[in-house]
Design a binder for this molecule. Sequence first.
Ligand code: CA
Length: 681
Amino acid sequence: MKKKTLSSVLAAALIISSVLSLSGCGNDNTTPVCADMLNTADREISVSVAKIDNLPSDFLMGADVSSYLAIDKSGGKYYDYDGKELDMDGFFTLLKTSGLDIVRFRVWNDPYDEKGRGYGGGNCDTDAAVTMGTSATKAGLQIMIDFHYSDFWADPNKQMTPKAWQAMSDSEKESALESYTRESLLKLKDAGVNVTIVSIGNETDNGMSGGTGWAEKCALYSAGSRAVREVFPDALVAIHYSNPEHDYVKYAQYLTDYKVDYDIFGTSYYPYWHGTLENLTSVMKEIADITGKRVMVLETSWAYTLEDGDGNGNTVSHEENSDDPYYSFSVQGQADEISSVTQAIADVGDAALGCLYWEPAWIPVKYYNPTGRDAAKILESNKKAWEKYGSGWASSYASAYDPEDAGVYYGGSAVDNQALFDFGGHALDSLNTFRYMREGHEAEELTLSQIILPAPISFEYGEDIHDYLPMTVRGELDNKQRITFNVEWDEEELASFTGVGEYTAHCTIIDEIPGGDGTPRKVMLKVNILPENLLVNGDMESGDATGWTISDPMAGITTDDPYRGSYSLHFWSEGQVSFTASQNITADKDGELVFSMKAQGGDMGDGHVVKAVVTNETTGVSAEGSVTLAGWQKWQETGSISDAGIAALSVSAGDKVTFEIVVSGSAGGWGTIDDVFLSYQ
Ligand code: CA
């Protein structure tokens, strides 16, 4: 999970006004009255969940609740479905009775500075896992330990070496990791914690504990695994990666080649980052088939609201990760997401071992409403708690260890709106989804309230529209549940889309519509037929540099921030940004060439250059168009060739034409380029 949010998101979150006026709210530590008022409706919602028929008998429902202890120490309160306040044992018992089998705790080696001040994110060390694990064991839950082998967050963006291991050689680090794992697990064992799964590393796609190569990474996995086998011989060893759109088959091959002794191949799956459910199922099935190992979703989550509850902007918000949602942002939407992801992993077959939700209990310390009474005081008291008890994602004390991320963006929870408790700590019915999935739960008679319009499609002239048309649309029922309908397209209408341009296509829902009267329901779709591109891979969708000659590795085809599709030409450089990406083509007929190019990015400095230059090498005439980058996802388009004062570039059949993207800017500049078109006018 990506833990930070951009400072701009925080600023935006602070100006969003809440829908309710909360005058008369209590503002002391003990009465979450404001939250009560805001979320009464959410709390009363009973969710509908279809029974999952093909769950393997040993399938584990679970959640990572690592932040619980820090929230508890900060004075945050939790309540059951009837509003009864829960102590720690009561909290874990509620999880058990809501259908969870297992809880996961992350463990950092030493999340404290030299003065003993916690880095935040729950200050999750072995002692915290012992405290929570003891209570969870008493409640009848299994425990999964998630070693990050770092002193703070480890994910695809960073895998920092623990302070104590920084001067070590590779082999010294392996022994240190093995001893550390052994000692940590022995503490848990001595306390009687029911550890059944141990994850060796967290989202280790790009490294672990400072090691980046597969040989080193696998040696570290093996060192950790040896310690697990020794201390908890009955526990399972998990390896965890971040995104099923990454090359898991290759990862699995490395694990085999380096003879890593493990049992579970785990993945994170956040719907707004990690592709489709179908891909999740097929990739994890392939991994299970190849390796013979069990597979799990180790992290997933969804938001029940786009509001923020603690004064720290959220990962999923009005501004971020909320475009075109497959599920609604509601309590029912959470139930839909959890059950859909669980169904997707269950569809792998008997190899599927479980699905874990990420941080359902990371609620605000105190509910913060920017327009409510005493807002400034509440925010101040939250900030104090984040610093003192580590209940935010990072404290300022983490800055020496993690200067670029925590050092700049430290603060509260970026996922309080993805908790399965409301901002005041009251359990939402979405927490019961784990139980409902085993037996099914129907809230009420439901009717369709709206159809979610499908996202517009774009493709090049000459391509088959059927390769792009969705065969299903989503609809939302009156309880905000989103379901899928099969559709049929009007073929006669499609046949009339004969040239470049924008069209509207229509389809008819062919499935039964809940609450419908039998009248056919039509749905429209915007269709954009783009010019035939003379460039190869101008949309970057081959997923590699096919067609392009790129002058420097600071630029390459990645999945970062595409304008359209899944890939873009991404660039970033610690030093000065300077590269070109070019193609040579031969004109196949006489005519006038025009082009366009989309770009977004920032930190490039004044006078930076992002331009496309088209040159007719035969005549020596060239034309160019440029853009000025304006920030993340603020897409700019070149004004075709108008910058050069030429409306189009004349070519004759057989002329050699060079197309070149030229980018330069300051150190630290970044951005993406996508949808580059060169076509006859
Ligand atoms: Ca927040």
